[in-house]
Design a protein around this ligand. Sequence first.
Ligand SMILES: Nc1ncnc2c1ncn2[C@@H]1O[C@H](COP(=O)(O)OP(=O)(O)OP(=O)(O)O)[C@@H](O)[C@H]1O
Ligand SMILES: [Mg+2]
Length: 246
Amino acid sequence: MRKIAVSLSKGGVGKTTSAVNLSAGLANRGYKILLIDCDTQGQAAYYLGLKPEIGLAELIEDKVKPDNALIEAREGLYLLAGGRKLAEIKNLIARKDIRPEMTLTEALEPYNDKFDFIILDTSPGWDVMTVNVLFYATEILSPVSLEVLTIIGFSDFLKSLESIQKYSSADINFMLPTFFDRRISQPGEVLQQLNEYYKDKLCSPIRYNIRLSEAPGHGQTIFEYSPRSTGAEDYTLLTERVVNVK
Ligand SMILES: Nc1ncnc2c1ncn2[C@@H]1O[C@H](COP(=O)(O)OP(=O)(O)OP(=O)(O)O)[C@@H](O)[C@H]1O
Ligand SMILES: [Mg+2]
């Protein structure tokens, strides 16, 4: 079982889009997937066209049995939903005296070895839930927007990543450039920089694709909404890459 956190990124760079479409891509290939939304925004359910009543918050609070906390979003793709109630959970974690950083790991224990992949979508920024996710996950996929990242911004970005990595046993295994637009020359340069630094960790970029931004409004993955789009093509490549990296 592989546990991949989509994390360590700024807001609005494609974390939820990547978590949802990677999960769908893997499920389409026959893998059994658990997508966990660790964000108070609870967007993953919306992106899949669902409105779950229960999820991660109730599981952590012991208000629901592990089997009943999930909903089958698609064949082979299960969702443990996030949402506003996670804000209270974060307070609860912050008040714990004993091993607060292991709260998530303990709550998720019943799912061990029941899935091929566990994919975790996370909030932007850094809080107790991020720490919990990084203690649980063994791999990190970090989307980075080529639209907002400039050459100057890149060194700041590396510095914040380094400071974060002290806390986590997980490693960044997949650096995923998003919002790639070939018409602008700057992304090419930034991409080159990323390539020098991350080498084999750098994934081929997800291009800017209007279909990717439309799909959530229809409650569909990119493979359902527009299977022949560049977005579907790019997320297929990412899926293959994740499968093939051991
Ligand atoms: N490659 C892309 N091309 C065009 N639009 C995209 C692309 N990737 C994501 N989007 C759109 O950009 C917006 C932000 O994406 P997303 O919600 O995945 O970011 P996020 O990192 O999860 O944001 P947050 O930090 O708020 O959780 C969404 O409207 C999404 O549909
Ligand atoms: Mg998100």
